[in-house]
Structures are given as C-alpha cells and as structure tokens.
Design a protein around this ligand. Structure first.
Ligand code: NAD
Length: 309
C-alpha cells in the first residue's frame, strides 16, 4: 500500500499532539507546519526520536514551507489563537479568520486533492471560510467538534453510571460550543435509553458539564484542551484514510439536510476515503429540531463577519 501523508498546520498543543498520535498509530507520514519554523522542527524531531521506541516507521518533518504539504491525503488545520479564560470562541473569529484564510489558499495551491479537517475555532465559521477560499467540493471539508463534544458527554455518562465508555452511544449535533445540541433521544447505554437510566435533572447537569467541557479545562489548566481534541481528529482521519465509514458527528456543509442550507453545522456524517460520503438524517424530537435551528441561527450570524477576509 502507498504511504499515506497527512499535513498538520499549526504545531501548538492540538497540532503537536495530533501529529504524535498520527505517527504512534502508524496512520501516515506527517508534515507539521508552523509559521515559526523552529517550533515545527523541534516538535517533529522530538516525536521522530520516540518512534524507534514505539516501533513506528512513520516519518515526520517540521517546516514553515507549505510546498512540503504537496501530495497530502489529508490536511488538518489547527493553527490560530486559542481561547483564554473568559473568552468565547466567537472572540477568536476575526483573528483566526485571517490565519485560516491564508492557510486555505496555501492548501489550494499545494494540496488541491486533499481532504481538509478544520479544528481552529470558531469551528463552523472557519470550515465555511475554508470552503470559500479553496473552492473544494463540500465533502472534502470537515469540521471537528461533534466527535469531541460527544466524547465528553460519553465520559461523563460513563463516570455517572460506572460503565465502560464503549457501552455508550451518543451524538452531539449543532454548533461547537454553547449552542451544541445533545441528542438524548438517541443516547443509549448498552442499547438502554439513557433517559431511563439517569433521572432528568441529573442528566441535564451532565449535559451542561459537557457543554462547558472546554471551559472547565481552561479554568483548571489555564489553557484550552488538546488531548481529547487530538484523539477526536485522529479518529476521523483514521476513518478517512482507512475508508472505515464510521458515523461521526462533524461539521458539514448542508444543502437542505435537516431543513438547513448554506452553512457548516454539526450533523452525523459517514467518513470514508472521499471525506464526508453521506449525511445521516436521523429523526429528532421537536425540541432537538428547534435547538438545532437555534444553533444554525447563531452560526449564520457569524458568517457576514467573514466578508472581506
Ligand atoms: N474544534 C475543536 O473542538 C477544538 C478543540 C481544541 C482547540 N481548538 C482550536 O484549535 C486551535 C489551536 O489550539 P491550540 O491549543 O493548539 O493553540 P496553540 O496556541 O497551542 O497553537 C496554535 C499554533 O498555531 C500557530 N500559528 C498561528 N498562525 C499560524 C499560521 N499563519 N501558520 C501556521 N501556524 C500558525 C501558532 O504559532 C501556534 O503554534 C485554536 O483555534 C483552538 O480554539 C478547537
């Protein structure tokens, strides 16, 4: 099998952890790009030196030269500023839009056949911007958020019920952040509906903790999360590179699905070798449908701010 190549733009916390996991799992050769070349080269060298111990023959380089991303199967965008305590993801919009816009143009130039996974916040708006700047087909641009939010909810439910996380199936749709939409009607623990296992008030408190999962970590650690975000991205990349067709909550461009059009928002999607191969339209309760529409309204309100960038 031909060697696969994944480029990670941004060698900060999320980018370097993602690069490490990609080579640990032997998923691909990695190009780590950062505007400060020393950081990218240093992180790549450190990761490379762990490979003999880990028994991985994946290669990794660090660079500030975008021509090195040529031939990438997947490009992951993690570059940008991160939230500080008290900052919302929207505060990041203008700063990160400039950065992500430049990067999208480089991807179009050097990796025109790649699938792009966007991580930089505010996620849904940044995925929209990448689509505008690259002109790539909609299925080749995927935002990572729902996988992380779903993992957070899963871990809190598992902790509450003292069961293994793998017994839990859940989906969080909508925007990444405060207006995310947990689909409790489709959340099960070994096929039993979670709503029958945890009383409503306690379940709502768990949902609220998942909603604020990122902020809780910022408060404790002083900077935003990166282990679970990196695991989430890598699981998506695994499904793409290995054509696993996993159904993952991710930010996808909608054209009528769930009654929404012209924006990226979190929905269940089948991830395979062509990126998003299909959007699953699951039955939602009336309340869930309303929350999803509210979430879409909030995302749409951000899009005019991208004009002129
Ligand atoms: N979607 C999600 O669920 C999710 C989860 C966690 C973090 N994030 C977002 O991911 C982004 C990165 O987070 P982080 O914790 O790794 O931040 P970080 O500050 O540790 O790293 C960002 C890196 O981007 C680099 N960078 C900035 N401009 C660049 C450019 N033009 N080209 C190349 N590199 C550039 C910086 O030098 C830095 O190394 C943030 O926007 C954060 O909000 C999203």
């Amino acid at each position: 099998m031909a060697r696969r190549k994944v480029s990670v733009i941004g060698a900060g916390k999320v980018g370097s952890t993602t690069a490490h996991l990609l080579v640990l799992k032997k998923l691909a050769d990695v190009v780590l790009v950062n505007r400060t070349v020393g950081l990218a080269q240093g992180v790549a060298l450190d990761i490379k030196q762990s490979m003999p111990i880990e028994g991985s023959d994946s290669d990794i380089i660090g660079t500030d030269d975008y021509s090195q991303i040529e031939g990438s199967d997947v490009v992951i965008i993690t570059a940008g500023a991160q939230r500080k305590e008290g900052m919302t993801r929207d505060d990041l919009l203008k700063t990160n839009a400039q950065i992500v816009s430049e990067i999208a143009l480089r991807i179009k130039q050097y990796a025109p056949d790649s699938i792009v996974v966007v991580v930089s916040n505010p996620l849904d708006a940044m995925a929209y911007l990448v689509k505008q700047k690259t002109g790539f087909k909609k299925g080749r641009i995927i935002g990572m958020a729902g996988a992380l939010d779903s993992a957070r909810l899963t871990s809190f439910i598992a902790e509450k019920l003292r069961v293994a996380p793998r017994e839990i199936r859940t989906m969080i749709l909508g925007s990444h952040g405060d207006s995310m939409v947990p689909i409790l009607s489709a959340t099960t623990v070994n096929e039993f509906p979670v709503e029958k296992l945890i009383e409503k008030e306690k379940l709502m408190a768990i949902v609220e903790r998942a909603r604020n999962g990122g902020a809780e970590i910022i408060k404790l650690e002083g900077s935003s999360a990166y282990y679970a975000p990196a695991s989430s991205v890598v699981s998506m990349v695994d499904s793409i590179l290995n054509d696993k067709k996993a159904v993952v909550a991710c930010s996808a461009y909608l054209e009528g699905e769930y009654g929404l059009s012209g924006l990226f928002i979190g929905v269940p999607a089948v991830l395979g070798k062509d990126g998003i191969e299909r959007i699953e339209e699951i039955a939602l309760s009336e309340e869930e449908r309303k929350l999803l529409a509210d979430s879409a309204t909030k995302i749409s309100a951000q899009l005019p701010l991208l004009e002129g960038i």
